[in-house]
Design a protein around this ligand. Sequence first.
Ligand SMILES: C[S@@+](CC[C@H](N)C(=O)[O-])C[C@H]1O[C@@H](n2cnc3c(N)ncnc32)[C@H](O)[C@@H]1O
Length: 327
Amino acid sequence: MRRNIDMENFSYTETQDKFRNEILNGLKENPKHLLSKYFYDKKGDLLFQQIMKMPEYYLTDCELEIFTEKTADLANAINAFDEPFDLIELGAGDATKSSFLLDFLVKQNADFTYMPIDISGNIIEVLEDRLALKIPDLHIVGLNGEYFEMLDKVNEISSKRKVILFLGSNIGNMEVEEAYHFCSELRQKLNPGDILLIGFDLKKNPHTILQAYNDKTGITAAFNLNLLTRINEGLNADFDVNTFQHYQTYDPLTGACRSYLISLKDQMVTIENEKIQFKENEAVYMEISQKYSLDEINVMAAKNGFEPLREISDSKKWFIDAIWEVV
Ligand SMILES: C[S@@+](CC[C@H](N)C(=O)[O-])C[C@H]1O[C@@H](n2cnc3c(N)ncnc32)[C@H](O)[C@@H]1O
């Protein structure tokens, strides 16, 4: 039987001012940096979907394998059939992987509401349209905004047990210290018995990792450069995108894979009424994709108020979805 889909979007109130301030502050610092959460406008969402389909970008295939071939394991690991719960996905994107779990849970009559949270309003709309077609009986409440602000909204509207999905190695887009802080803050918003299902990309052959972020077709480069276009359009700036070049590094000792945009010449860029000077070969730090060992992951859980229950990996053992319980 088809149930009506209840969709409610909360609007993202932090606007232009925050975008402007965070972009300008980052570009005034030394070294310059930009925030990767701003990669995801309409064009950025599409480019990220292309990245996920690239043969070099093994992360999606690995996690997709887990979600398609170990769906029942995942459902059992999150105790999906015990009592009603809210399934909250942080940075849901287009839910490529989680949709398999959602479909399974609906078919098995689990009693849950799916609440995708994403800073990209565009992707929340795309997601709701897609899931309405793919899983018509899914009860979905889309939340457009930043992770913790939207989690606070969830806490206001529901007191059910929470299962949090944080997939795709989104945690890897934080410095290690920041990831610890994130887990600790997340823990404060949850209750004992709540579950976190969190994806980690494991340390592996450094060439495999570097290639995943350095594709020859230039899609990753276009994804990074698109943020300059977004700044041009949103903040009336005059970046010449052709004078910046994508540069990727991986350090096998620390597990940090970092992307930069390199200015190819001395140049001045105007953003609204501010002028920012770039030197030839100056790097703008864009994003980290941190890789972890299993031991490092378990320590992160324990130090932040979670008990690691188990981890589910792909057949190559390149990626894991770890299941942590709030203690
Ligand atoms: C790398 S994509 C991963 C998407 C999906 N989780 C997956 O595994 O395919 C990151 C997603 O998180 C969202 N995002 C990034 N930072 C965010 C933040 N601070 N608050 C809410 N969403 C965020 C982006 O808009 C994007 O859709």
